[in-house]
Design a protein around this ligand. Structure first.
Ligand code: UDP
Length: 328
């Protein structure tokens, strides 16, 4: 059996990737410090409690499990926090990943699938954004991920470590069998907050900015189902295993939805009213991010199965309801 070390495998996207890896015949070994991840989300393979900044823990995990590749999700990913506390992002994301890459280099593990982000593009000069678009991040989160993309190029040249950088747009939704889903603490993401407001768990949701240069003044994002993202990671890994050269791929649906549109669709899906408060812009938010993912479709045959926003929100809503029932 081929083992894959999945850093951050107890987190939202990482746990969906573990499920997809197991379905594809790999054994996902989750390496997670559980700062944001959940032990209960580790269901598809062994668990190692460890931090990517801990070289000894990484060495031990690589020695024990002899993975064919590493899939790297472990990161801090709150855009707003990265603006107010950039050091936290550079230390954990950049320095932590460097520690991981050096441990891999010394253990002879040469394949890497990286959880990158559309935040590396900054404010785009045109949408949809292709992989060739200039990368000028406007927040420390995006900058930290771009620095890692750069490190990966250098590790490829120096150590023949091949990598796939997957630049996601906005991950959303949940496993359709409700085996895992989104459970951030604190929760800052739009769709779970909108669903909380619909369910009355929170009094309302604040719209961050109504004066953006978009059709209705609110931010536009490209929402991609987390299971479609997970499947792309498996395809990227299989391509690396087959000898593919390092590259980067966007992962989005090529369609933008404003914050107001997301709230409207959530109201339709849930049949409930979402109380809204209009607020100021959030620092670090570009007005519109929409991805052109034709390259991964053409080269790896990736096809999103849940491209419809109502479908994405519907799976999130089922997971949300299940979590609420379980906590009663
Ligand atoms: N957003 C909002 N209210 C919230 C949370 C988010 O209006 O309570 C907006 C945010 O400004 C962004 C979009 O929703 O334009 C998606 O934000 P999210 O935090 O979900 O993802 P991000 O784009 O930061 O990865």
């Amino acid at each position: 059996m081929k083992h894959v070390l999945v850093t951050g495998g107890a987190g939202y996207i990482g746990s969906h990737a573990c499920k997809a890896l197991a379905a594809a015949g790999y054994v996902p070994v989750t390496f997670d410090n559980l700062v944001y991840g959940h032990r209960s989300a580790v269901r598809w393979g062994p668990f190692v409690h460890g931090d990517i900044s801990d070289r000894a823990a990484l060495d031990a995990a690589l020695r024990t499990w002899q993975p064919v590749a590493v899939m790297h999700f472990a990161a801090f990913a709150y855009v707003g926090e990265s603006v107010t506390n950039p050091g936290k992002y550079y230390r954990n994301n950049v320095v932590g990943t460097l520690t991981l890459l050096e441990a891999m280099r010394d253990a002879g593990v040469k394949q890497f699938v990286f959880s990158s982000t559309c935040a590396t593009y900054g404010v785009p000069s045109c949408v949809p954004i292709s992989e060739d678009h200039a990368q000028n991040p406007i927040n420390a989160y995006g900058a930290s991920k771009l620095m890692i993309e750069r490190m990966l190029k250098d590790f490829n040249s120096a150590h023949s470590m091949r990598s796939m950088c997957l630049r996601y747009f906005n991950a959303a939704g949940a496993d359709s069998e409700c085996e895992t889903g989104e459970a951030h603490d604190p929760e800052t993401h739009l769709i779970p907050l909108v669903l909380d407001a619909a369910a009355g768990v929170r009094p309302n949701v604040t719209v961050f900015g109504t004066d953006y240069p978009t059709s209705d003044g609110t931010c536009v994002r490209d929402y991609i189902h987390v299971t479609d993202l997970a499947q792309a990671h498996v395809l990227a890994l299989q391509a690396l295993q087959a000898g593919a050269a390092s590259t980067a791929y966007n992962l989005g649906n090529g369609k933008g939805f404003s914050v107001r549109q997301v709230i409207d669709v959530a109201q339709q899906v849930t049949g409930l009213n979402v109380p809204v408060v209009l607020g100021a812009q959030r620092a670090g938010d570009p007005p519109a991010l929409v991805g052109d993912a034709r390259r991964i479709q053409a080269e790896l045959g990736w096809q999103p199965k849940h491209a419809d926003l109502a479908d994405i929100i519907g799976t999130a809503w089922r997971w949300h309801q299940m979590q609420r029932m379980a906590s009663k």
